[in-house]
Design a protein around this ligand. Structure first.
Ligand code: UD1
Length: 418
């Protein structure tokens, strides 16, 4: 099994080009079921993207990959389409369920495996199904599969989500794309990745309006034959390297980003005393001498992202005083805590809140990751720890971080895969 070896305490200096967003690419890949000819640029070729491509290939969509140029071309001849998403292709990646909406709206039926549980929480799909049923789908669950049908096609309607879900909003938008008439979704997630999906669908000929948490989807006007789309930058990857810079960066330049999208995260770091210079498409970050404590609660966008909570916690171990993180999105997302504690962090969890005392000296250890963001928080901890850190189960990292070791090594980190 592969591991990462990290020799800590090496000051980081250099520039990092941020990749395209995995979480924006995944729903756009699902949307290719609705398109004919798609060219995507700024695609991050991480494991989850390959898993989704395997699923699309099974469905009948051909992909041409140019990973040197981060370009992906997809061709859908809309013949020989398989409306099944099997268990073996959905079980490792929850976003596989996003093919449900497009298959159903385009082909009037779909059979998609339930994605099952996940280390960070139960993560049900009830909100996805709730929206599809409102659009007129008949749905039953049988042998671990969602079996959905809309013999006469889906019909636009008003849907108010009882709680905010990124995936359910995406599935509903994708399904509404081919529904008759107008769909009005309220209490939606409005993450930048969802706005990127909307931009993609607009290029495809759909009229979509967003105001606050309301998204109105009008039936597609004209399905354009060939479209090109540049994937938005990965704000979580950017946030991760911002935190690396705050922890141990002599000077780090992050390229290929839009600082406006991560304004909240930048403000939080600045309030913690981190020096950050914003430019139009880049940011420069310097290690802080004196890090101030802070309290955050994870919330849907534009709040603080749950996907950056584990990384910020590492910064909090170096802040003066008691910092707090309340995890409001997932019920079981503190699994990095026992591992950080093995490295010397002082963290107590009560209910949904982690209390982090700092500053504490971290010491390298052999640690193990349980999910994507937890893994990268252990990499950050390894970068500032004394001695060597060995990170096991790095396949989690490969699901979502493109060229992680290369990017860090270019900034003089000592990190290698064995
Ligand atoms: C997406 C992101 C993930 C991020 C999360 C929250 C992708 C591929 N993944 O995941 O990285 O951490 O948003 O920002 O974009 N829920 C239900 N019923 C449902 C759906 C969700 O109860 O039908 C609950 C979930 O268990 C969770 C909360 O709603 O507690 C938010 O989940 P959701 O926004 O749907 O996350 P994902 O789309 O799975």
């Amino acid at each position: 099994m592969r591991k990462l070896l990290i020799k800590g305490k090496r000051e980081l200096y250099g520039s990092i080009s941020i990749s395209g967003s995995k979480n924006a690419t995944l729903p756009i890949l699902a949307a290719s079921i609705l398109a004919s000819d798609v060219k995507l640029t700024n695609v991050p070729f991480v494991k989850d993207i390959f898993t989704m491509l395997e699923l699309l290939e099974f469905i009948g969509i051909k992909a041409k990959i140019n990973n040197k140029k981060s370009i992906l071309e997809l061709r859908n001849n809309k013949k020989d389409i398989n409306t099944l998403a099997p268990y073996n292709l959905v079980k490792t990646m929850r976003a596989g369920v996003l093919v449900l909406g497009p298959l159903l709206t385009q082909y009037k039926k779909a059979k998609v495996s339930l994605p099952g549980g996940c280390a960070i929480g139960t993560r049900p799909v009830d909100l996805h199904l709730f929206a599809l049923k409102k659009l007129g789908a008949k749905i039953k669950i049988k042998n671990g599969y969602i079996i959905a049908e809309a013999k006469k096609g889906l019909k636009g309607t008003k849907i108010k989500f009882p709680s905010i879900s990124v995936g359910a909003t995406e599935n509903a938008i994708l399904a509404a794309f081919g529904a008759k008439g107008k769909t009005i979704l309220t209490n939606c997630a409005v993450e930048p990745e969802i706005l990127d999906l909307v931009e993609f669908l607009k290029k495809l000929g759909c009229e979509i309006k967003i105001s606050g948490r309301q998204i109105i989807i009008l039936r597609e006007k004209k399905n354009k034959k060939k479209i090109t789309h540049k994937i938005i930058f990965d704000r979580i990857e950017a946030g991760t390297y911002l935190i690396a810079g705050a922890l141990i960066g002599k000077k780090i330049l992050l390229n290929n980003i839009d600082p406006k999208v991560i304004k909240y995260e930048i403000d939080i770091l600045r309030n913690m005393g981190i020096k950050i210079k914003k430019r139009k498409n880049s940011i420069i970050i310097f290690k802080a001498k004196n890090i101030k404590k802070t309290n955050i609660t994870t919330k849907p966008y534009p709040g603080f992202p749950t996907d950056l909570q584990a990384q910020l916690m590492v910064l909090m171990t170096q802040a003066n005083g008691l910092s707090k993180i309340k995890e409001n999105i997932f019920e079981n997302r503190f699994m990095h805590v026992p591992e950080l504690k093995r490295m010397g962090a002082k963290i107590v969890i009560k209910n949904k809140t982690a209390y982090i005392s700092g500053p504490t000296k971290l010491i390298g250890a052999e640690v193990m990751a349980t999910d994507l963001r937890a893994s990268v928080s252990l990499v950050l901890a390894g970068l500032i720890a004394d001695n060597r850190t060995i990170l096991n189960r790095i396949y989690h990292l490969d699901r979502g971080y493109e060229f992680l070791e290369d990017k860090l090594r270019r900034c003089k980190a000592e990190i290698r895969r064995v």
